[in-house]
Ligand binder design. Structure first.
Ligand code: NOJ
Length: 538
């Protein structure tokens, strides 16, 4: 476990990412330099100064490799090139150079669970049962009734198996049929990814965000998953997916072996490995940051959660305690409704989002912000006919999908909010002026300055994330407080003020709301739905 806070463990030299905050760029919607309505690397390069100014030191870019785009880049047809819609390899190198000048490191989003069905490996695999790449994917004969070989379902709806009529066999896809799952028990697949990792390290990448890292290995006997609840026949794909216990298609014990190998491959480059790991318990998650495996893993549950303070507090505490320095905390991503919308909308949602995010930022690891989170954005308003996420377009169940968080980054007031001189690929209502970067830079009351102050406080007071965390016992479950070396934090997500005796006099070094803290000697009172950081004075 990546734990540099446990007493008795001699810490090694701090890795370069220690103490850093990350920032996710959803490349399609960040900045378009060509006017075709799709974000690209040149556009992103021109806006890197925004990310650096905010104080983030790591930037994760969602996939930009050649892709037919059925899942907006997460269906890769060539792992070692750039999709022309996003630029060229030279653009990538330029972007990395500029990022490094700004003290930003770049993570490439690698998608190893599945390729595009247009990838030459799959084109070959499906061409014949004897093809060279047949065993690079999962093939199985039909069940006795002619249906899929087991009960696995796709995240995006329907069975996780599609019949290839030519061979009479099914192939496995935990996402779309256009995203066939690779067979990670085949050493040739493993070796191919060694080369892909080296390719991007040589091109200047500082590390990788690993897509669905918990999915790679499958049970060799392709056993049925246990059903844990029944759902309505017309339930959306997420509800159906969650009605199974994914014992045999996800989180197989030997997944870790793959990442130990990746560690060895990337060690000479000092690359950071961040896994997207969505598993049932914090303990299972922590396995992925065992020594020699991944550096951090994303903890996704907060990014799906509604505003239930006690649930959120318990979620964050238990995840921290299972893996004190191995978590990449998130409250938002391109896969979920924005937290401001989930937490009540408008100023209320903004207040709650910042309070909860500031709580996460006091829990070690490497937290990430998602583009636009720093502006306090709500989900975009889209006409149903304009929605593009396959969760919506491929299903009749009414699950809205992920488009609400994927609209264009609002840089300036006016047409396309300065994202593009053309028409954005995802049509959404224009954002008002006060939700743009340009406006918020000039308004010190704006969320942008609060998020910047949060990162600055974390940077200035390293104990806030690096010193061992000692929880302060509270009588409430909708709040949490802790001491970390010379610092302390109080996260009050409840609706009543919270008074905590910190034991000695402190100064406030960050408050998520202007009136968040009243202090009387060592006793501090933190306002409802607020988080504050403190530094010991006596
Ligand atoms: C997780 C990614 O974040 C999501 O956007 C994508 O659809 C799936 N993995 C499949 O690659």
């Amino acid at each position: 476990m990546a734990d540099n806070s446990s007493a008795g463990v001699a810490p090694g030299p701090a890795p370069w990412w220690s103490g850093a905050v990350g920032y996710e760029v959803y490349i399609r919607s960040f900045a378009d330099s060509t006017g075709d309505g799709v974000g690209d690397l040149r556009g992103m390069e021109a806006h890197l100064d925004h990310i650096a100014w905010l104080g983030a030191r790591i930037v994760w870019i969602t996939p930009f490799m050649p892709s037919p785009g059925f899942d907006h880049g997460y269906d890769v047809s060539d792992y070692c090139d750039i999709d022309p819609a996003h630029g060229t390899l030279d653009d990538f190198r330029r972007l990395v150079d500029r990022a490094h000048e700004l003290d930003l490191r770049v993570l490439v989003d690698l998608v190893p669970n599945h390729t595009s069905s247009a990838h030459p490996w799959f084109v070959d695999a499906i061409s014949s049962i004897d093809s060279a790449h047949r065993d690079w994917y999962h093939w199985a004969d039909p069940a006795p009734d002619g249906g899929p070989p087991n009960n696995w379902v796709s995240h995006f709806g329907g069975p996780a198996w599609t019949l290839d009529p030519t061979s009479g066999q099914y192939y496995c896809h935990l996402f779309l049929p256009e995203q066939p799952d690779l067979n990670w028990s085949n050493p040739a697949v493993v070796e191919a990814f060694d080369d892909i990792l080296r390719f991007w390290c040589e091109a200047g990448a500082d590390g990788f965000r690993i897509d669905v890292a918990h999915s790679l290995r499958k049970h060799p006997d392709l056993l049925d998953n246990p059903v844990v609840r029944t759902v309505d026949p017309d339930a959306g794909p997420t509800a159906v997916f969650e009605s199974f216990s994914h014992d045999h298609d996800l989180d197989q014990d030997d997944n870790i072996e793959i990442f130990r190998r990746w560690r060895q491959v990337t060690e000479p480059y000092g690359a950071m490995l961040v896994g997207e790991v969505n598993v049932p318990t914090p303990e299972r998650s922590a396995r992925y940051t065992a020594p020699g495996a991944l550096d951090t893993v994303f903890y996704l549950r907060p990014a799906w959660a509604d505003w239930e303070p006690a649930t959120l507090v318990a979620m964050l505490r238990t995840m921290h305690d299972a893996d004190p320095n191995g978590v990449s905390w998130t409250m938002n991503s391109h896969d979920t409704s924005r937290s401001v919308s989930r937490f009540g909308g408008g100023d209320l949602g903004r207040r709650r989002s910042l309070a909860a995010t500031a709580f996460e930022f006091a829990l070690g690891g490497v937290p990430f912000l998602y583009q636009g989170e720093e502006l306090g954005l709500v989900d975009a308003t889209l006409d149903p006919g304009d929605r593009a996420d396959p969760i919506w377009t491929r299903n009749a169940g009414g699950e809205a999908g992920r488009d609400g968080s994927r609209s264009a980054m609002p840089w300036t007031p006016g047409p396309a909010n300065g994202f593009s001189s053309g028409t954005p690929w995802l049509a959404a209502a224009e954002r008002p002026a006060d939700e743009t970067v340009a406006y918020q830079r000039g308004s010190t009351e704006a969320p942008l300055h609060a998020y910047r102050a949060l990162i600055a406080a974390r940077d200035a007071h390293g104990d806030l994330h690096a010193a061992p965390l000692e929880w302060i016992v509270l009588e409430r479950d909708d709040a949490a407080a802790g001491r970390r070396g010379s610092c302390a934090f109080v996260a009050n997500l409840g609706t009543e003020p919270l008074t905590v005796d910190l034991g000695c006099v402190h100064e406030v070094v960050f408050a998520s709301a202007p009136e968040a803290v009243a202090a009387d000697a060592s006793v501090v009172t933190v306002a409802p739905e607020s988080t504050a950081y403190f530094r010991r004075l006596s």
